[in-house]
Every structure is written in C-alpha cells, then in structure tokens.
Ligand binder design. Structure first.
Ligand code: G1P
Length: 288
C-alpha cells in the first residue's frame, strides 16, 4: 500500500458568505485570533506526515502563496528589533523539505472540479483533501492523522464524518453507514432532511485513492449546479469499498459566520494572555 504523502487544499471558492471581507482575499486567509484558517489546515497536514502541499487556487489567491513565502523585509525588521518570537512565527511555517505547489482552477466549477485540477501533481498515489473552512480542534492526534491511521489499516478511501441535526442535511454530503464495520453504503450531496440516509455528515477531510480521477470526467453538474466531489465518490464506491471515520475532535464550521465566531471565542479562551479579558467581556456583554 502506498503511503499518503500529498494533500490538496481547494482554496479557489468565492467566499461569498464573508463579503465584503473576502472581496480581495480568500476566505482561507481570514484569521482565527491571529492565524489564518489555511495555516491551521496546513499544520494539521504536516503533523500527519504530509510532504507535498497542493493549493488549488484562483487568480486572486496570491495572498495564500505569499503567506507561506519568506517575507525578507519584515524578517529583517523583526530581527533588527529583537522580536524573536514574532520572527519565529512567520518563518519556517512549512519545513524546507516539504514541497508546495499552486495549481490554478480557471473556473470555479465546484469542489470535484477543484480536486481534479490537482490530478497531474498527484499521479498514482492516495492523497488527502482538506477543506480549510472546517477547522478541527483535537487534543490528541489531528483529524487527518486519524483518517490516515484508519487508511493504513484498510487501504480504502476514508471520509471524515460527524453527527449533525437532520434539519441541516442540505448543507452537507450525507452518508449511509453500514450497520457493521465502517463502510459507506451510499453518499449524497446536500439532500433534503427527508432524503438524508442518516445523521452522519461529511466533514472536510478525505483520503482518496487515485482511481477517483477518471471518474470526474463522468460527473456532471450536481447539487448547486457544481461538479461535486461527493458525486465522484459515489461513482468510486461502485468500484471499491469506502470507509467513514467518526473522528475525535471538535469541528468549527468556519464557512459560516456563527461557526467562525465560535472558533474565535474558543481559540481566544485557550490563550493565557487573552482568556481573562475575553471572559470578562463575555460576562459584561451578557449582563448588558
Ligand atoms: C463541501 C462538500 C460537502 C461537505 C462539506 C463539509 O460542501 O461538498 O459534501 O459536507 O464541504 O464542510 P461546502 O461546504 O463546500 O458547500
């Protein structure tokens, strides 16, 4: 079995839910406290042993490349002023042995289309997909590490899932789990609650085998008129079994304003220098 060494980060979405903030920067550059969402996802991938990071970007996404590049002027200034802690946090985000590549998605035709844009760089290997707007906080191994550990036992494509309220099924890919084991029996993108096969929703972490790539050619416009990753996975399931992983950790839906703010509050409360101030502010606000 080939190891999972490459990860795809689709970052070409329009981010319309966060306009006007996302007019000129990608939503993945929005910070939770002081770190952009994409950096949390990259750090989760690096911790899971990923060695090649592939960003599927659109034309206006230079901010993501710039974020992971050196910033000589800033570095020189911080070094001269003895700001070693700040210098440390902007350098070596990505170790030098890790390869970083950008692929342009010329048209935003959907998540499936974005993943297929990375095909030439993935080749014949299993790979990970991380959606940075799903921020996952875990005390133990990260979500991607948990998926990779499961993949290393089964050799099967593996999808992260979590329980959601049935009324929210039209915001997610939804799976039908087997009663024994961890096999996915069916998967459907954004069904109405009445059509949801279970309460298990797909979260933005996937391990996929390369057999998925030719299947994108058969996938037409699906939910929302987009080429859906879920629809390609449904076709892959006709060829090989796929597993789900009910990961341990808390997921924040940072693609929604409420989830983004929840993450901001929780991550801030974990910072010793912020915790007391934020708690005081929350108590004050509630009493007002
Ligand atoms: C995408 C996927 C969906 C998945 C979700 C998780 O949807 O298409 O299957 O459940 O991410 O965040 P999106 O949030 O891009 O609409």
């Amino acid at each position: 079995m080939k190891p999972v060494r490459k990860a795809v980060f689709p970052v070409a979405g329009l981010g319309t839910r966060f306009l006007p903030a996302t007019k000129s920067i990608p939503k993945e550059m929005l910070p939770i406290v002081d770190k952009p969402l994409i950096q949390y996802a990259v750090e989760e991938a690096l911790a899971a042993g990923i060695e090649t990071l592939i960003f599927v970007t659109s034309r206006k996404k230079h901010a993501i490349s710039d974020h992971f590049d050196r910033a000589f002027e800033l570095e020189t200034k911080l070094a001269a002023n003895g700001k070693d802690d700040l210098l440390e946090c902007i350098t070596n985000i990505i170790p030098t042995n890790v390869i970083r590549a950008d692929v342009t998605q010329l048209e935003t035709l959907g998540l499936g289309h974005a993943v297929n844009c990375a095909r030439g760089l993935i080749g014949d290997e299993p790979f990970a997909v991380l959606l940075a707007d799903d921020l996952i906080k875990s005390d133990g191994p990260g979500c991607l590490q948990q998926l990779i550990s499961q993949y290393e036992k089964s050799g099967r494509s593996t999808i992260a899932v979590q329980n959601i309220a049935t009324e929210d099924s039209d915001q997610y890919g939804m799976i039908e789990p087997s009663s024994i084991g961890r096999e996915v029996l069916s998967i459907i993108e954004k069904p109405k609650p009445a059509d949801a096969p279970s309460n298990l929703a797909v979260v933005g972490r996937y391990i996929l085998t390369p057999e998925i790539f030719p299947l994108f050619e058969q996938v037409g416009a699906g939910a929302g008129g987009e080429i859906q990753l879920t629809d390609a996975i449904a076709l892959l399931m006709q060829q090989q079994s796929i597993e789900y992983c009910e990961f341990t950790g808390r997921r924040y839906d940072c693609g929604s304003k409420a989830g983004f703010i929840e993450a901001t509050v929780d991550y801030a409360l974990e910072r010793p220098e912020l915790r007391d101030k934020i708690l005081l502010h929350i108590r004050d606000s509630l009493n007002r």
